[in-house]
Ligand binder design. Structure first.
Ligand code: PHE
Length: 344
């Protein structure tokens, strides 16, 4: 029995010695010290020994298994540290390396301006009109006829309006005022909406004009709506958009769908009213058209002008953005030059 134990011990020592990594060591441990090992079988055989032999063999088995266990643990520790170091070395992160650059996009200055204008008018009680009430490809009826624009009006001229070749009476809308008509047909007063969108005009492209641009239309219809309310709302809008110190003036004007009509100017942002090239020496810049909705327009849309009245306004988004951010060329909005867009 003693010899057998010695023999197993020597084999185990040799294999522990030869094991050169964690896995090999684990295998040796399994082979010699697990439940099913030969060594354990010897322990189980103890019960058949002579009573006098039991303590001697028992003590020997214990000391050998302790010795093997502690040898394996020691070596285990060494391998563990070695492998951990290798792993740490391999997975080392160089914190001085450049990070991965994920550039963030910017909101386009026109989108930004539209968002700001919509927010201001929401604050003043106007809600955003439904998209379907504001199509860009429009029939003449809603872009012109129902807005009281006579058939012979120069605005209808092909010089200004893009007509569709393949369908009669279809245009790319020349103004967001089509939203007024569609809104009046779609809902009953009180109506208090704004409707931003693209419009198209056959212009010679220059620093001031592009054949695609954006407008925001506003419409308020209820009982007893007055010109004083129009002034109140639009003055408040100008105060919120440009800041309280910007002087304004109202000039009488003409639009076929409003009566009376006005154009509103703000004091030139560039020269503070002294007169410069931006304001053509006048000291003023026109920013919007407005007026009391013409009774003909109300009647055509099925709203009784004896009960209801209202005002409408329309403004150019590019114009408002150019004034606020001191941009001197409308084409910058459409060229998508990153150097320009990045500034917003
Ligand atoms: N639609 C007009 C334009 O494009 C602006 C406007 C809208 C004027 C509503 C009065 C009322 O010039």
């Amino acid at each position: 029995m003693q010899n057998k134990i010695e023999e197993i011990k020597n084999c185990a020592l040799k294999e522990i010695n030869e094991a050169d990594n964690l896995k090999a060591l684990e295998a040796v441990k399994n082979k010699y010290l697990s439940r099913n090992s030969e060594f354990n079988n010897l322990k189980k055989g103890m019960k058949d020994l002579e009573p006098s032999q039991k303590p001697i063999i028992g003590a020997l088995l214990n000391s050998v298994s302790n010795e093997l266990n502690s040898l394996i643990d020691e070596k285990n520790e060494v391998f563990y540290k070695k492998e951990l170091n290798e792993k740490l070395l391999k997975e080392k992160i160089d914190v001085t390396l450049d990070g991965i650059y994920n550039p963030l996009g910017h909101i386009h200055p026109l989108t930004r301006t539209i968002n700001e204008l919509v927010e201001i008018f929401n604050f003043l009680g106007f809600s955003l009109a439904e998209n379907k009430n504001s199509p860009e490809v429009e029939v003449e009826k809603y872009n012109f006829d129902m807005l009281n624009v006579p058939k012979e009006h120069p605005a209808r001229d092909v010089q200004d309006t893009f007509y569709c070749k393949s369908a009669a009476n279809v245009v790319l809308r020349s103004q967001t005022s089509n939203a007024q008509v569609r809104q009046m047909l779609a809902s009953k007063p009180p109506i208090k909406i704004i409707s931003p969108g693209r419009v198209y005009r056959n212009e010679n492209i220059s620093a001031r004009k592009n054949n695609l641009f954006h407008q925001i239309e506003g419409l308020y219809i209820d009982k007893n709506v007055t010109m004083a309310q129009l002034k109140g709302v639009l003055n408040e809008f100008i105060r919120l958009y440009f800041g309280s110190s910007r002087p304004t003036r109202y000039r009488s004007s003409f639009f076929p769908f409003t009566e009376p009509s006005v154009e509103i100017d703000v004091q030139c942002i560039m020269c503070e009213g002294k007169g410069c090239s931006v304001c053509s020496g006048t000291g003023w810049l026109e920013i919007l058209g407005a007026g009391m909705v013409d009774p003909n327009v109300l009647t055509d849309a099925g709203i009784d002008p004896n009960i209801y009245s209202g005002f409408a306004f329309g403004m150019g988004v590019e114009r408002l953005a150019m004034l606020k951010y001191a941009i001197d060329d409308i084409r910058l909005f459409f060229n998508n030059d990153e150097r320009f867009l990045k500034q917003f």
